[in-house]
Design a protein around this ligand. Structure first.
Ligand code: IMP
Length: 431
C-alpha cells in the first residue's frame, strides 16, 4: 500500500508521534492535513526527547519530505521557532519542508481571543490549549482569514491584516475586556518573518496529487483524535477541525479514492485533557498512579490528563467513522501491575443499551459504562518484540480488545522508545 493515514481514535494523545515516526521510515512524504500547534507529538529517539507541534513527526527521518497541508492553521512564529530548534539538534528541513499556500495564519489576536473567551467561560470553559486555533478556523470560515498565499503580496497582506487588527482589537477591548494587540509591532515582526517563510511555500495539493499518481509512499499524519473532531466528536468539547480520516482529502490534497489504508491509534487505556464527557474516567488513587506511570501530562500545555479504562464502544465508533484498516495499540506497558483490568464493552442510558456511540452526541454525558473484567499481568512487557514474548495475560488483553472492536491489531507499543513496538503488520509493507 502506498498512501496511509494515521488518525487518533480517542481524545488525542494516543501516541501517534511514535507510530508515525516508525512508519515514516518507509514513507517518502509525510503530510499533516489539519489542526495546528495545539497538537504535540512526543518522540523518544535514542534516549533523546523531541516534541513536534507543527512539523510532521516524519521530519526526523532525514530523507522524508514534510508537508503542512492546506487544512492546517499555522502560527508562523511557532513554525520558524520549531524549524530553528530542529536545526540546532541536527535536523535540517531546508529543501524538504513544504507549506501550503492555502494554510491559514494563526495571529496573536486569535490567541488573545481564545484565552480571553476561555477565562470568561469560567467553569463552562472548553479547556482549549489557548493557541488560537478556534478563532483562526472561525476567520477561515467567515472568509476573513489570512493565508500563507497572502504573504506573497506584502501591500495587500498589510491592508488585510490592518483591517483585521482593527476589528479584533475592538472586540478584544469592548466585548472581552482585555488588552488589544499592538498592530505596529505585529506588522514589523511579520514583515521580517515573511522573508524566512516564503521559501517554504508550495502548491502542496498539486504536489501530493502528483505523488499519488507516481506511486510514492505517502503518510498522512492526523493530529488530535476522533472524539475531538468538530463534527464527530463530543461537541462543543472538541477542537475546531475535522480530525477523522476524511479530512485527509480536503486538508491534505489527496484525491478521493487514493487513500489505501487508515491506521487508528489507541492507547491501551483512555485519556483526555480539557472538559467534556468521559464515560470510563477513573477517579482517585488508581487514576493518579496511571497518570504518573504513563507520564500523562499534556505535551503542549503540561496539563494533567484525565485517565480512564479502554472503551471498546467508542473504539467501534472510531473504526466506523474512520473506516479503519487496523489499530495500533500504544502504552500497553503502563497497565502492568493493575489486576484485574476493566474494559468498557457498551453503555446503559436508563433502560437502553448501546454497544457504540449513542445517537445524539449529548447522550454520551449520560452513558453509564458496562464493564467486563480481565486478569492483569505483573511482568514488564517492555522487552517484547513479538506477540509471543508478551506476558500471557497482556497477550490475552490485546486479543480481547481486537475481538471486541472487530478490527486487526497491527502494532503494539510496549515502551516509550521507537523500537519498543511489536509490529504485527506494517501497512506500507502490505498489498
Ligand atoms: P483547541 O484545539 O486548543 O481549540 O482545544 C479544544 C479541545 O481539544 C480541548 O479540550 C483541548 O484540550 C483539546 N485538544 C486539542 N489538541 C489536542 C491534542 O493534540 N491532544 C489532546 N487534546 C487536544
Amino acid at each position: 500500500m502506498n498512501t496511509v493515514a494515521v488518525v487518533g481514535t480517542q481524545w488525542g494523545d494516543e501516541g501517534k508521534g511514535k507510530i508515525v515516526d516508525l512508519l515514516a521510515a518507509d514513507a517518502e512524504i509525510v503530510v499533516r492535513f489539519q489542526g495546528g500547534n495545539n497538537a504535540a507529538h512526543t518522540l523518544v529517539i535514542e534516549g533523546e526527547k523531541f516534541i513536534l507541534r507543527l512539523v510532521p513527526s516524519g521530519a526526523l527521518n532525514r530523507s522524508t519530505t514534510c508537508v503542512l497541508g492546506g487544512g492546517m492553521v499555522v502560527n508562523p512564529f511557532a513554525l520558524i521557532e520549531e524549524i530553528q530548534n530542529l536545526k540546532k539538534r541536527g535536523v535540517d528541513l531546508e529543501g524538504r519542508l513544504k507549506v501550503s499556500f492555502d494554510a491559514h495564519l494563526v495571529m496573536p489576536y486569535h490567541i488573545a481571543i481564545d484565552r480571553a473567551r476561555e477565562s470568561h467561560l469560567g467553569k463552562r470553559a472548553i479547556g482549549t490549549t489557548g493557541f488560537g486555533i478556534g478563532p483562526t478556523y472561525e476567520d477561515k470560515m467567515s472568509r476573513q482569514g489570512l493565508r500563507f498565499d497572502d504573504l506573497i503580496d506584502w501591500a495587500s497582506f498589510k491592508d488585510k491584516l490592518e483591517r483585521n487588527i482593527k476589528e479584533k482589537n475592538l472586540y478584544l477591548k469592548a466585548v472581552l475586556k482585555t488588552r488589544p494587540i499592538d498592530g505596529k509591532v505585529l506588522l514589523a515582526e511579520l514583515q521580517k518573518l515573511r522573508r524566512r517563510l516564503l521559501p517554504y511555500l508550495s502548491d502542496t495539493s498539486a504536489y501530493v496529487a502528483r505523488a499519488t499518481v507516481d506511486g510514492k509512499k505517502i503518510l498522512f499524519e492526523g493530529a488530535h483524535g476522533t472524539m475531538l473532531d468538530i463534527d464527530y466528536g463530543t461537541y462543543p468539547f472538541v477542537t475546531s477541525s475535522n480530525c477523522i480520516a476524511s479530512a485527509v482529502y480536503a486538508g491534505g490534497g489527496v484525491p478521493p479514492g487514493k487513500l489505501d489504508a487508515v491506521l487508528g491509534i489507541s492507547k491501551a487505556y483512555t485519556t483526555r485533557v480539557g472538559a467534556g464527557p468521559f464515560p470510563t474516567e477513573i477517579h482517585g488513587a488508581l487514576g493518579d498512579s496511571l497518570r504518573e506511570e504513563g507520564a500523562e501530562f499534556g505535551s503542549a500545555t503540561g496539563r494533567p490528563r484525565r485517565i480512564g479504562w479502554f472503551d471498546a464502544a467508542l473504539a467501534r465508533y472510531a473504526i466506523r467513522v474512520n473506516g479503519l484498516w487496523g489499530l495500533a495499540l500504544t502504552k500497553l506497558d503502563v497497565l502492568t501491575g493493575i489486576d484485574p483490568l476493566k474494559i468498557c464493552v457498551g453503555y446503559k442510558i436508563g433502560k437502553d443499551s448501546f454497544d457504540t456511540m449513542p445517537p445524539g452526541r449529548n447522550a454520551l454525558a449520560k452513558a453509564k459504562p458496562v464493564y467486563e473484567e480481565i486478569a492483569g499481568w505483573h511482568e514488564k512487557p517492555d522487552a517484547a518484540r513479538t506477540i509471543d514474548e508478551l506476558p500471557a495475560n497482556a497477550r490475552r488483553y490485546v486479543e480481547r480488545l481486537a475481538e471486541l472492536c472487530g478490527v486487526q491489531i497491527a502494532m503494539i507499543g510496549v515502551g516509550a522508545s521507537r523500537d519498543a513496538t511489536i509490529v504485527l503488520k506494517n501497512p506500507f509493507q502490505e498489498v
